[in-house]
Design a protein around this ligand. Structure first.
Ligand code: NAD
Ligand code: MLT
Length: 530
C-alpha cells in the first residue's frame, strides 16, 4: 500500500471506501468546518466530497500535496474549480452514476405534483379524508418542456414519453439529431415555456443559467403549468417563483434543490402549491454506490499516475488518444528544453503544429506538457498539466495548436514555434517509433539528433572551414570535456551553419567564451536534454 492520505468529507458508500484501500487510508472528515478542513488538508493527497461540503479557495490554498478533488456526483458548484486549477489540482466528477436516479426523481415529482400526492398524504395522516380537494391532472397527452437535454434531461424525456407526454426541449448546445432521436421537438426557451404543461429544468448552474427562469419566463408559462427543478437551486429565480406561485401566474412547483442549499426559503416551501424534497435526486442506494465507486476509482487512478475518467479541469480524452499522447510527451519536453536553451526572452505566443497521426486532441494535451517544461523553470509556483494553460494565460502567453501537412519526410512530425522578445523561433522533432524521438530542426537548421545528454550548439559564419573541428576538440579536450558526437546541420541560413556537439558535460562560461572566439563562431548555446 502506497499510504496516501485521502480525506472523505461527506458520507461515501462502503464500496467506494474499499477501493481507496488499494492506495491508502481514508480519513473521514464528516461535517468539518472550513477551518478544520484548512488544517486537515495540509498533508492530504486526495479529497472526496458529495454536495454537503464546500471546498473553498482557502481550503485549496492550504493544501500541501493534494493531487485530486473528486466529486461523488455531477455538479461541482461546491468546489472552487478555478482555485484548484490554479494550484494544479485535478478536479474530477462522476457524471453518469446518478443520472437514472435524478431522472426517476424528476418523474416522481412530476406525478406527485400532478396528483397532489404529498398534500393528500399529509392531510390523510392528519385525519382528513378529502377526495374533492385533491383532484389532479392527467399527464398523458400533455406537453413536457425540458430545459437542458443532457444526460438527465434526455432520460426524463424518455421516461415521460412512456407516460404519453409530448416532449418539447430547449437546449442551445445539443445536436438536432439527438433531439429527434428522443422523439422530442426543439424550440426556443419562450416557445417551450409557452407550450408546456410541465416544465422541468436540467442544466448545470452556470453564470449563463443562473436565473434562467425568472419573472419574464414564468409569465410566458400557462397558468395551469407546473415547474420542476431537480437540477440546481439558483437556475430558477426564487423570489420571482414565489411571486408567480402566490399570484397564480403558474399553478405549482416541485423542487428538490434550492438557492439556499439546505436552508430553503421558508416562505417558498410553505406554499400549498409547492412540493419539496431535500435534494434527494441522487439519493438511491444504487446511485450512491455508483458515484462512490466512480469517485474512488478515479482517486486511485490519479494517485497511481493514470488519467482519470472524468476530469473537470482538463480535457477529457479517450484512453486511445492518451496512449498516443504518452508516446510524444518526452519529445515535446525535448522541444521545450531546446526553446529554453535558445533563450529568446519573454514569450508571447506558443504554437504546436503536428502532422501524421497527431490530431487536434493530441495537440491540446501535448501543448500542456510543452508548457509545463517551458514554464516550470521560470515561474515560482508548481506547474503541471492541470494548471499549465492558466499559468500561460497569467503570463499573457497566447497558445495555439494546428495540424500541418508539412512532414519533411517523417511520418510523425511535431513543430513548436515560439514568438518571443527576440523574434520567432521554431524547433521540430519526429517520432521514428514509440519511445524513439529525434530533434530534426533547431531554429531553421536541419539536423537529426538523438536528444540525450548535453549538447553544445554552435552557429558558425564560416561553415565547413578546415581545421575547425580539430581546434574545437583541442579546446574541449584541454578542459577535460569529451566529445560524444558531432553533427553538422544539413542546410545553411544566410551563409551561416550550425554544428551540434554532444559533450560529456556542460561547458563553463569561460570555456564557452573561448569557443565563441574560434574563427567564424557567432553564437553558442548549451542544452541539457536529460
Ligand atoms: P449534462 O451536462 O449532461 O446536461 C446539461 C445540459 O444543459 C446540456 O445538454 C447542456 O447543453 C444544457 N445547457 C447548458 N446551458 C444551457 C442553457 N443556457 N439553456 C438550456 N440548456 C443548457 O448534465 P446532467 O448530468 O444532465 O445534470 C443536469 C443537472 O442536474 C446538473 O445541474 C446536476 O448538477 C443536476 N443534478 C441534480 C441531482 C439532484 O440530486 N437533484 C442529481 C444529479 C444531477
Ligand atoms: C449531483 O450533482 O450529483 C447531485 O446534485 C447529487 C448530489 O449532490 O450528490
Amino acid at each position: 500500500m502506497a499510504g496516501y492520505r485521502i480525506l472523505v468529507c461527506d458520507p461515501l458508500a462502503e464500496e467506494g471506501l474499499r477501493i481507496l484501500e488499494e492506495v491508502g487510508e481514508a480519513d473521514l472528515c464528516l461535517q468539518f468546518t472550513e477551518a478544520q478542513l484548512v488544517e486537515a488538508i495540509s498533508d492530504a493527497d486526495a479529497l472526496i466530497v458529495r454536495s454537503g461540503t464546500q471546498i473553498t479557495a482557502p481550503i485549496i490554498e492550504a493544501a500541501g500535496q493534494l493531487k485530486v478533488i473528486a466529486r461523488a456526483g455531477v455538479g461541482v458548484d461546491n468546489v472552487d474549480v478555478a482555485a484548484a486549477t490554479r494550484r494544479g489540482i485535478l478536479v474530477v466528477n462522476c457524471p453518469t452514476g446518478n443520472t437514472i436516479a435524478a431522472a426517476e426523481h424528476t418523474i416522481a415529482l412530476l406525478l406527485a405534483a400532478a396528483r397532489n400526492i404529498p398534500q393528500a398524504h399529509s392531510a390523510l395522516k392528519a385525519g382528513a379524508w378529502e377526495r374533492k380537494r385533491f383532484i389532479g391532472h392527467q399527464v398523458s397527452g400533455k406537453t413536457l418542456g425540458v430545459i437542458g437535454l443532457g444526460k438527465i434531461g434526455s432520460e426524463v424525456a424518455r421516461g415521460a414519453r412512456g407516460l404519453g407526454l409530448q416532449i418539447m426541449a430547449y437546449d442551445p448546445y445539443i445536436a438536432p439529431e439527438h433531439v429527434a432521436s428522443l422523439g422530442a421537438q426543439i424550440g426556443s426557451l419562450s416557445e417551450v415555456l409557452a407550450a408546456a404543461d410541465f416544465v422541468t429544468v436540467h442544466t448545470a448552474l452556470t453564470e449563463e443559467t443562473r436565473g434562467l427562469i425568472s419573472t419574464e419566463q414564468l409569465e410566458l408559462m400557462k397558468p395551469e403549468a407546473i415547474l420542476i427543478n431537480c437540477a440546481r437551486g439558483g437556475i430558477v429565480d426564487e423570489p420571482a417563483l414565489l411571486e408567480a406561485l402566490r399570484m397564480g401566474t403558474i399553478a405549482g412547483a416541485a423542487l428538490d434543490v434550492f438557492a439556499g442549499g439546505s436552508e430553503p426559503n421558508p416562505e417558498l416551501i410553505a406554499l400549498d402549491n409547492v412540493i419539496v424534497t431535500p435534494h434527494l435526486g441522487a439519493s438511491t442506494a444504487e446511485a450512491q454506490v455508483n458515484v462512490a465507486v466512480d469517485a474512488a476509482r478515479q482517486v486511485v487512478d490519479v494517485l497511481s499516475g493514470q488519467p482519470p475518467r472524468w476530469p473537470v479541469n482538463m480535457p477529457s480524452l479517450p484512453p486511445e488518444i492518451l496512449a498516443v499522447v504518452d508516446q510524444y510527451v518526452p519529445l515535446v519536453a525535448t522541444l521545450a528544453k531546446l526553446h529554453s536553451a535558445l533563450g529568446m526572452g519573454g514569450v508571447s505566443r506558443v504554437e504546436l503544429r503536428g502532422s501524421g497521426e497527431l490530431s487536434a486532441d493530441h495537440l491540446v494535451m501535448l501543448t500542456r506538457h510543452f508548457l509545463v517544461t517551458l514554464l516550470a523553470p521560470v515561474v515560482d509556483e508548481p506547474v503541471n498539466y492541470v494548471n499549465a494553460m492558466a499559468v500561460a494565460e497569467d503570463r499573457g502567453i497566447q497558445v495555439a495548436q494546428s495540424k500541418t501537412s508539412t512532414a519533411r519526410g517523417y511520418a510523425n512530425l511535431i513543430e513548436a514555434i515560439i514568438e518571443a522578445d527576440a523574434g520567432t523561433c521554431s524547433v521540430a522533432g519526429a517520432l521514428l517509433q514509440p519511445g524513439e524521438g529525434r530533434v530534426v530542426e533547431i531554429d531553421g537548421f536541419e539536423v537529426e539528433l538523438i536528444p540525450t545528454g548535453v549538447a553544445l550548439l554552435i552557429w558558425n559564419a564560416q561553415p565547413g572551414q578546415p581545421g575547425f573541428v580539430g581546434r574545437l576538440g583541442t579546446l574541449l579536450g584541454d578542459a577535460g570535456i569529451s566529445i560524444m558526437g558531432i553533427q553538422v546541420a544539413r542546410n545553411e541560413i544566410e551563409g551561416q551553419g550550425m554544428m551540434v556537439v554532444r559533450v560529456a558535460e556542460a561547458l563553463g562560461s569561460s570555456l564557452r567564451e573561448q569557443v565563441v572566439q574560434l574563427p567564424g563562431v557567432t553564437r553558442t548555446e548549451i542544452v541539457n536534454f536529460d
